[in-house]
Ligand binder design. Sequence first.
Ligand SMILES: *Cc1c(COP(=O)(O)O)cnc(C)c1O
Length: 350
Amino acid sequence: MSALRKNIADMAGYVPGFQPEDAASYIKLNTNENPYPPSPRVIEAINAEVGEGLRRYPDAASRLAREEAGRLYGFDPSWIIMANGSDEVLNNLIRAFAGEGEEVAYIHPSYSYYGTLAEIQGAKVRTFGLSEAFEPQGIPERYDAKLFFLTNPNAPLGFTYSQKYIADLAGRLSGVLVVDEAYADFAEENSLELVRSLDNVVVTRTFSKSYSLAGMRLGLAIARPEVIAALNKIRDHYNLDRLAQTAAAAALSDQEYFRGCVAKIKETRAWFTAELEKIGYHVIPSSGNYVFASPPDRDGTRVYQGLYDRKILVRHFTDPKLSHGLRISIGTKEEMERTVQALVEIGPGR
Ligand SMILES: *Cc1c(COP(=O)(O)O)cnc(C)c1O
């Protein structure tokens, strides 16, 4: 199709984690979904919204959800934008800041979707690797990329950068540092203070993991009002439907339920990590709702297949920096017990 833009014709397209048709017959630990249901308040709020009112457009400003988020995080709602999944706001950040041929940077390995979004925009992609100690390598002392995406906690590896490192990095950039905090609710620290104190830091969050709402497509960004105003020009004006808006506000308002789910996942993460170490796996200490673990023979494909044969789905990346291990989402305790049992059966491979 010769009318296509060349960058679109040439690009491969992002491949999301596998969603099997008969998901219920698997232990599904491959896309970092939450094993617990959303807050009962979310279900109630959605049910209350279902009705004849759906003939009306939703609030274009997602005001109630933004007010709830503002209260929770301690920001005026003018610092918050709601998104149809955090992927939407990542995309709009690129559209706002990186023109054709301008540079968008991120760490490899991290979330490769930044690269896909930059390619669509026709922006230039530059990635920086990690040392053995997970220090980013080769970032210029003064760096003029338009956007730098830092996934913190890192996905798929699970480690975190210190807030000092993040502040230093922001100071070296003439462009914007986007801290993708998709998993920050499972970590001990976050960069919300840096959004307040530094003028080029943006934080993005998702409801897909810690709030058990991957199916609703909800995310948000926190940034200076000038940045939010720019993002508001770019997004679809009705980017969140009525059900999503009410679900977001209800989810954020039920912090007691939220904290309970996060606590259970962190507890299971610690237990699962220790069990994997007992059977000889190398596990990177994780601040997310997943662990990156490698078997003694460093053959991720073998173990992926063994688990798949036992109807346990995990994520294996063919990338040479990641193919020695697996990213395993933290499910319920029972799911993780069955996973350990399966790994024992599969064996160390040498
Ligand atoms: C899951 C994930 C996202 C996407 O979140 P959605 O809100 O579901 O679009 C963004 N960044 C990272 C690092 C993620 O793991």
